[in-house]
Design a protein around this ligand. Sequence first.
Ligand code: DC
Length: 215
Amino acid sequence: MIVAVDGPAGSGKGTLTKLVAEKLNLQYIDTGAMYRCIALKMLEDGIGLEDTEKIKEILDNVKIDLDGTKVILNGRDVSKEIRTVEVSNFTSPVSTIDFIRTKMVELQRGLAKEKDVIMEGRDIGTVVFPDADIKIYLDATAEERAKRRVKQNEENGISSNYEQILKDIIERDTRDMSRPNSPLRKAEDAVVVDTTDAECEVNAQKIIDVIKSKM
Ligand code: DC
């Protein structure tokens, strides 16, 4: 079974998808973490967006393991490094590069083979698994999403400024929604769950209700 969860940054995808995965015993796959790994590696190696050959080398040798709680890039735990503001901002343009997306989609399809998964991202219901059994599109206002990101950063010991985060979120949404390759959009057959007002547990239950109603 494949449950596809898409939506913009801060819509609660990470927290909610993880929670639902635990409750329904599904394998949780965070595809944003995969794009973040590529962006982190490029930053660390000083590779720019135009440096096609070097990026291809990274892709040919990359190994990303998602073990539920940790993100392992080429054998190294990068769970924290991939969440910095710098990596977040760089991941957005990185994820607009066609051949990077092609590689990530190939890896994502491989990860779901013969497993019951809940996979979250931007293009899961539209591109990665257009035939997913269940598709959910999470949404929340940009202001609420910015508030959540500030709180999340605090919890991770990263200092951040609300106005700047809001600006970054709006810019990132625009870029993610307007890129020609796999833009963020709701699949026609996705069920929208608005997470703006409710508590985490309530929103998770809304998602579980959608999944159960479709099973
Ligand atoms: O969900 P996230 O914030 O960790 O995603 C990081 C970036 O990666 C974000 O700019 C959108 C992009 N992304 C994507 O283009 N496609 C996906 N399936 C997942 C994330």
